[in-house]
Design a protein around this ligand. Structure first.
Ligand SMILES: NC(=O)c1ccc[n+]([C@@H]2O[C@H](COP(=O)([O-])OP(=O)(O)OC[C@H]3O[C@@H](n4cnc5c(N)ncnc54)[C@H](OP(=O)(O)O)[C@@H]3O)[C@@H](O)[C@H]2O)c1
Ligand SMILES: CC(C)CCC[C@@H](C)[C@H]1CC[C@H]2C3=C(CC[C@]12C)[C@@]1(C)CC[C@H](O)C(C)(C)[C@@H]1CC3
Length: 594
């Protein structure tokens, strides 16, 4: 490359797009036409940068060292040590600081100057080059025309395992994982923009389909499309009133100052939001209210007889809420936006959700919707279905199948609410924006499709298989709870003495990955437990129809897709450390199978 400032193979500092952060990169080439340099970061990410976004390393080292004493919250976090970790320090900035730097670009200059101290905290400890990183320089890559063209490395989730002990991985990774930058946007999923149109139409249509099928004597796919009731049957003002009352009751219980105030995971700004985790209190009061209502003669079988109207009303509320969320997100600071839902395409972003934690004062809309009206509503509906079964089948007590389905699912929900704090370390709360997908999912999908087994049993009595169901439930629940609690405890306090026996891999973000214990068995042990439980509560519905097995089928699809979404996200965040994890823990959900 004659007459260009930086030469192929040269180590320089490359600015991360949209931020003021510079990372150590290697120059791979220069395109005279576009006048862009192709550079590769330590985690294998390739970008095309303008000359003005590249600096010499020499000048940087002195500057950054002199500033490195200041500590941003993100930086402080990156110092937390996993129990198995040695004294080696992670030599990278946290993703938090990268995003914070991105905001700086739009900040007024006085604020910008104040923040500059923090954002220039790029640690420049000598880096040991990864082999891939070295060899990239040999072959001149094809250059693209874009301003910043991010080429993602091939997913390598199914790579063969290496015979390295986790301790050895730690040593190696601490060197390699240096200076891994974070993306500022993620690739579109759910089929992208076209997919978003499809899901917007398909998801409500599917709810309608199962609600109509569940009531038929012979709910079969052969009955497709089910006979549609006249339009006016969808609408019932009273049903809408009940739904609004229910949401308001849950909102009231949520804001009452009872129960713990838990801290969420640190945001890109370093801030930690507070959440009132009083879900168990909310379901207890709701259960007492339902019992009191029955005692006072309120006919809860109304829920069964008006299932369609209640679903329609809830759907309406979820659409209004999604519209509000979209508008709300337009006034949000860039730092408050989720990485995934900001493609610029209105339909996709409306579907996926733009803002990470939309709040009205301290009222967190995403947390509330995910944990309260739909989840507790699921149990209320199941209970109403048990009453409807007694009425329809002229029984003195609900059938055993109905009791099992009710108890199993109640246990699942109560457990979720009892361990409500653990939701704060899940994908939805940490990464996903709040838009139609989650609003509809939480408010409509959960209460009106997860109740399908109970709904089906009202008019389809079934001989049950209790012992097998019970065994599966116990095993599934144990795996689910233990693995979720292990990850949650580790994320909250990596130095927790109770976890000191676990092996970990450090990553460039300062967070570590568990590589033994439940998270050393498969990459998503919690999904495995969840799937076994789903099987346990499908069995009591027997095998006469496919409909009550819908949850099982849907859940497999959902969790496989979720797993691959999470894999890409973690690969983006943790780079080579994630690859090491995948090489060590080969299977995703089911040991030796998948
Ligand atoms: N019933 C339903 O409809 C339904 C639907 C979906 C999910 N769920 C359940 O909800 C629960 C939460 O699921 P989720 O999808 O949010 O995923 P999750 O497994 O709870 O969270 C994934 C996150 O955990 C962290 N992580 C991954 N591997 C790790 C490791 N080895 N060590 C430490 N941290 C690691 C990563 O985040 P960080 O590294 O950024 O911390 C990753 O993004 C699960 O039990 C699932 O079964 C239920
Ligand atoms: C197809 C779309 C409409 C998908 C919508 C997905 C949501 C319905 C789910 C995404 C995350 C899920 C979830 C629970 C319920 C269903 C979701 C909101 C959960 C609250 C159920 C109780 C569990 O104990 C849980 C707290 C672990 C769980 C968290 C994730």
């Amino acid at each position: 490359m004659p007459s260009v400032k930086y030469q192929r193979g040269e180590m320089v500092m490359g600015r991360w797009p949209g931020s003021s952060l510079y990372y150590e990169v290697k120059v791979l080439g220069y395109d005279t036409k576009s006048q862009l340099y192709t550079v590769i970061y330590k985690d294998g990410t390739e970008l095309e940068l303008k000359e003005q976004d590249i600096r010499n390393i020499a000048g940087f080292q002195t500057r950054s060292r002199s500033r490195s004493r200041s500590r941003s919250p993100g930086r402080r976090r990156s110092r937390s040590r996993s129990p198995a970790r040695t004294t080696r320090r992670s030599s990278s900035r946290t993703a938090a600081a990268v995003a914070a730097a991105a905001i700086m670009e739009s900040a007024p200059s006085s604020r910008r100057d104040a923040k500059l101290k923090d954002t220039l905290e790029v640690r420049l400890s000598p880096l040991v080059s990864a082999r891939a990183f070295e060899s990239k320089v040999e072959a001149e890559p094809e250059l693209n025309q874009g301003r910043y063209n991010l080429r993602r490395r091939k997913e390598d989730g199914d790579a063969k395992p290496v015979e390295t002990k986790p301790e050895q991985l730690e040593e190696k990774d601490a060197k390699v994982a240096a200076a891994a930058p974070a993306n500022l946007s993620t690739p579109l999923d759910f089929g992208g923009k076209i997919g978003a149109y499809f899901w917007l139409l398909f998801l409500p249509a599917w709810v309608l389909f199962v609600v109509l099928q569940g009531d038929l004597e012979d709910p079969s796919l052969v009955n497709f499309p089910p006979p549609l009731p006249p339009l006016e049957e969808f609408w019932d003002a009273q049903a809408l009133g009940f739904v609004i009352l229910w949401v308001l009751l849950q909102a009231l219980l949520y804001i009452l100052p009872f129960g713990k105030l838990s801290e969420g995971m640190p945001l890109s700004s370093g801030e930690r939001l507070k959440y009132r985790t009083n879900g168990f209190f909310a379901i207890t009061v709701s259960a007492l209210a339902a019992a009191a209502a029955v005692y006072l003669g309120v006919d809860l079988t109304y829920i069964h007889s008006h299932f369609l109207q209640l679903a329609t009303a809830t759907f309406l509320i979820s659409v209004l809420l999604s519209a509000y969320l979209y508008v709300h997100s337009c006034y949000a600071e860039p730092a408050q936006l989720a990485l995934g839902g900001n493609s610029g395409n209105v339909v996709y972003d409306f579907f996926k959700g733009r803002e990470l934690n939309p709040r009205i004062k301290n009222f967190d809309l995403k947390f509330f919707c995910e944990m309260r009206p739909g989840l507790i509503g699921w149990c209320l509906i199941n209970f109403a279905m048990a009453l409807a079964e007694m009425k329809e089948q002229r029984l003195d007590a609900p059938s055993y199948s109905m009791i099992l389905v009710n108890l199993f699912q109640l246990l699942y929900v109560v457990d979720g609410l009892w361990n409500e704090e653990a939701i704060l370390t899940t994908m939805d709360l940490m990464h996903d924006g709040f838009g139609f997908m989650l609003a509809f999912g939480d408010l409509v999908w959960v209460p009106f499709t997860y109740t399908l087994q109970a709904y089906y049993l009202v008019s389809h009595p079934n001989p049950l298989i209790p012992s097998l169901s019970l065994c599966l439930l116990v095993v599934g629940f144990y795996i689910f709870r233990k693995s979720n609690s292990e990850k949650n405890a580790f994320r909250r306090n990596p130095s927790d003495p109770k976890l000191s026996h676990l092996k970990t891999i450090p990553t460039a973000t300062g967070k570590s990955l568990l590589v033994s214990g439940w998270w050393g068995v498969v990459r998503h042990p919690n999904y495995l437990g969840d799937l076994i439980m789903a099987l346990a509560w499908s069995l009591p519905c027997g095998f006469s129809h496919l409909l009550p097995w819908y949850y099982m089928i849907y859940f497999i699809i959902l969790l496989v897709h979720r797993d691959s979404r999470d894999m890409s996200e973690c690969r983006r965040k943790y780079g080579s450390a994630w690859d090491e994890y995948c090489r060590t823990v080969r299977y995703r959900i089911i040991p030796r199978v998948y």
